[in-house]
Design a protein around this ligand. Structure first.
Ligand SMILES: *Cc1c(COP(=O)(O)O)cnc(C)c1O
Length: 408
């Protein structure tokens, strides 16, 4: 790339709004689990654009399919039938055991639709001020309604008044759920991530999921599980809640569903599938042919290439290697916890560790740090064990150096 086209990397862009703390890196292209920056430096990608690039970069089956779609139709609008919506919806229905799908373009939009479904469910039952149970440390997006459902004061600060109608409780605590909703006839839904992503890779326990499912049935509440980050095969099942053998009534999806093409979906079971009618909800880009093709091909390639099995196998390999290489730090308590399933892994340190983002990038590894002190790995589902070994070989020494150089 010549100097004229090389984008200059400055701390703050003069024209793009300053909404992200960015690393001083501009990426140019990728292949599989590797990406290169505009200066030709190589990085191993253990972030996948935050659980988005399911198939990595420049996938040999995905790219030709998308090129084919680009030459046919990119967008048409929902004034017309979009046959690809039917194809992708049928696949999602089969994989989830649920019944109907609404398509949108992002995670927050899928969650916004879920919140509207819950409210409509309530209004249909004569509940005029419906309330939804949400969780501490949850992340559901940055629209006004979804940031109100989010359990992170930093996301909410400066944007009040928040949307009302949310009751917040701690994770994995049935007594807290019962107590917070006791005698309240306005509760309509319980809404959470099966594994909290931004909150620090915090899983809901299988037993808790089963008990909440039972309570929702008893009380006629909707069980709504945000699978935007933990879904789409990341944990080794299509959807993370499937590890508990339950089924939600509403399931928002996005991130990994289109392997990088913006797409969101809310999948509904029988109790929620008929709540919206014409005029109740919609979005211009939702379900456009390009996004649908990306979803259909992502699912097809995941199945053909056994990527659920790969996520389980390589995830376990990474998990075991982290436990082995950091055994001393785990024993000393400097590494507080190693959590997650499949290729969704969190390593909680006993101190804020945002600096690891930079040091990993300097050593050719892209990761994430979330909730201040949790190193998060979300690699493409195509990662090999050899690449996982490379992640470990870069990451673990850097964690040791970081801990030694940054006492609590
Ligand atoms: C990323 C994320 C969202 C928001 O998705 P956007 O596409 O950024 O709007 C919502 N829920 C969860 C669990 C997420 O990880």
């Amino acid at each position: 790339m010549n100097a004229a086209t090389k984008p200059e990397i400055t701390a703050a862009s003069p024209h793009v709004m300053n909404t992200y703390g960015r690393l001083p890196i501009a990426l140019s292209h990728g292949q599989g689990c590797e990406v290169w920056d505009v200066n030709g430096r190589r990085y191993l990608d253990a972030l996948a654009g935050i659980a988005v690039n399911t198939l990595g970069h420049n996938h040999p089956k995905l790219v030709p399919a998308l090129q084919d779609q680009l030459s046919k139709l990119i967008h048409t609008s929902n004034y017309y039938h979009v046959p690809q919506q039917e194809t992708l919806a049928a696949q999602l229905v089969e994989l989830s055991g649920m019944t109907n799908v609404f398509f949108c373009s992002t995670g927050l939009e899928a969650n916004e639709a879920a919140i509207k479904l819950a409210r409509k469910f309530g209004h249909n039952k004569g509940i005029e001020r419906p309330q939804i149970v949400v969780y501490e440390n949850a992340f559901h997006g940055r629209s006004i309604a979804t940031l109100s459902a989010t359990g992170n004061p930093k996301v909410q600060a400066g944007f009040g008044p928040l949307v009302e109608g949310f009751i917040r409780i701690p994770l994995n605590d049935m007594d807290a759920l019962r107590k917070a909703t006791e005698g309240n006839p306005d509760v309509v839904a319980v809404f959470f991530e099966a594994i909290q992503g931004e909150g620090g890779i915090r899983p809901m326990q299988a037993e808790y999921l089963q008990q909440v499912r039972k309570l929702c049935d008893e009380r006629d509440w909707l069980l709504m599980i945000d699978e935007v980050q933990c879904g789409m095969g990341r944990t080794g099942k299509w959807f993370a809640h499937q590890w508990a053998g339950i089924q939600p009534d509403v399931m928002p999806l996005a991130k990994g569903l289109g392997s990088g093409v913006p797409i969101g979906a809310v999948v509904a079971g029988p109790r929620a599938a008929q709540l919206f009618g014409p005029g109740n909800h919609g979005t211009t880009f939702g379900g456009n042919p390009l996004a649908m093709r990306a979803g259909v091909e992502t699912l097809r390639i995941m199945q053909e290439d056994g990527l659920l099995e790969n996520a389980t196998r390589v995830g376990k390999h990474l998990h075991d290697a982290l436990a082995r290489e950091l055994a001393q730090e785990i024993a000393s308590g400097a590494v507080r916890d190693l959590r997650g399933m499949g290729l969704m892994i969190g390593l909680e340190l006993d101190r804020p560790c945002g600096a690891l983002l930079n040091s990993c990038a300097e050593h050719g590894l892209l990761i994430s740090v979330t909730a201040d002190s949790v190193v998060r790995l979300l690699p493409p589902l195509i990662m090999t064990t050899a690449q996982a070994d490379e992640v470990i070989a870069i990451l673990c020494p850097l964690i040791k150096t970081f801990l030694a150089g940054n006492p609590t």
